[in-house]
Design a protein around this ligand. Structure first.
Ligand code: FAD
Length: 302
């Protein structure tokens, strides 16, 4: 159940938003409408994913460039090293730098053959995200975020192998980890305890996935190692033909998760927007956060 945040808790919350480059023109319009709606929440930064599904750097670069040129948002570019030589990675870094990027989310990426195939580093490339993070730090004083997996990465032997990798990434210069999405805050809390016990002190920011579509989420979750607990089915039961009701439930679930994490001492959240603003805004409203634009509008109207 949802216990409203105190004023002090609300004042302390820091958020960031993740977007992906739009693939088609109508999706492009949706992305930019979402960005202009979400800008008022004053995120610490926004990030744009890179290269999933075999795409190239171009869509990420153009999205990032427009964010930097046309909005006040601090923008991070995701970057993967899969399938690329070191020279190719460095060239991409130079291009991002030229448009003003100084924050990278450094990732390995999924096997070119698709999720589930054995990962083969490029013989002339970086083997994993730890090597990539180190290379980025060698190029410039970039801000660097990396991934973390509270339920372990599907390829990892166990959580402790995963935490070893996180440690290598942080030792190589990562400033923060952003987690894969999860729905069980106990799992995150236990993971965080182990991360801290391993001597990793950077923020491990929970990735929050507001549920736009439960069926789609389940397909996606199984590929990335996140579990979708059965209580989610129960919460959404009977809402198949009631989109407004589904949106309310999804809003409650994400707001409850964030509020509960706040009580456990977390104050930073990375929200997977799926390029849509409505649900994310509803969650932040439910939490009682203030939208800067709205406060200003209210002031102007008064
Ligand atoms: P790494 O951190 O390098 O490794 C992942 C895990 O694999 C490690 O934790 C480790 O346990 C295991 N592992 C790897 N190598 C070894 C080894 N040599 N020995 C033992 N264990 C090993 N994908 C995209 O394509 N584009 C994106 O923009 C993107 N953004 C993401 C953002 C976030 C916040 C997250 C959580 C994931 C994102 N991904 C993205 C997905 C990511 O690319 C995949 O999960 C990929 O399979 C792993 O990349 P990584 O950087 O997490 O890998």
């Amino acid at each position: 159940s949802f216990v409203p945040l105190s004023a002090a808790e609300r004042a302390d919350i820091r958020i960031s938003f993740e977007f992906f480059p739009a693939k088609a023109e109508d999706m492009e319009a949706q992305l930019w409408a979402s960005i202009s709606d979400l800008v008022d929440w004053k995120p610490e930064f926004v990030s744009v994913t890179y290269g999933a599904g075999g795409s190239t750097k171009a869509p990420t670069l153009s999205t990032v460039r427009r964010l930097i040129d046309e909005t006040p948002l601090k923008t991070a570019a995701h970057l993967t090293c899969v399938g690329a030589t070191r020279e190719e990675v460095h060239q991409v870094v130079d291009e991002f730098r030229a448009v003003g990027v100084n924050h990278f989310v450094a990732l390995r990426g999924d096997p070119v053959q698709g999720v589930g195939a054995a990962y083969q580093p490029h013989p002339g490339g970086y083997a994993n995200a730890a090597e990539l993070a180190g290379a980025l730090r060698g190029i410039a004083d970039f801000e660097i975020s990396v991934s973390a997996y509270p339920e372990k990465h599907p390829e990892s032997r166990d959580v402790s192998a995963d935490i070893d990798m996180l440690k290598r990434k942080v030792d190589n210069g990562a400033h923060r980890a952003l987690t894969q999405f999860f729905f069980d805050n106990d799992v995150y809390e236990r993971y965080l305890e182990r991360v801290r016990a391993a001597g990793i002190s950077v923020p491990v920011v929970p990735g929050i996935m507001p549920i736009q579509n439960l069926a789609q989420l389940k397909r996606f979750a199984s590929a990335c190692g996140s579990s979708v607990p059965s209580w989610l089915d129960e919460r959404f039961a009977g809402t198949e033909d009631h989109p407004a009701e589904r949106a309310k439930i999804a809003t409650s679930i994400a707001a409850e998760q964030i509020a509960d994490l706040c009580r456990r001492g977390v104050n930073e959240f990375h929200i997977y927007t799926m390029n849509r603003s409505q649900l994310t805004s509803a969650v932040l409203e439910r939490l009682g956060l203030e939208r800067a634009g709205r406060a200003a509008d209210a002031g102007a109207a008064a």
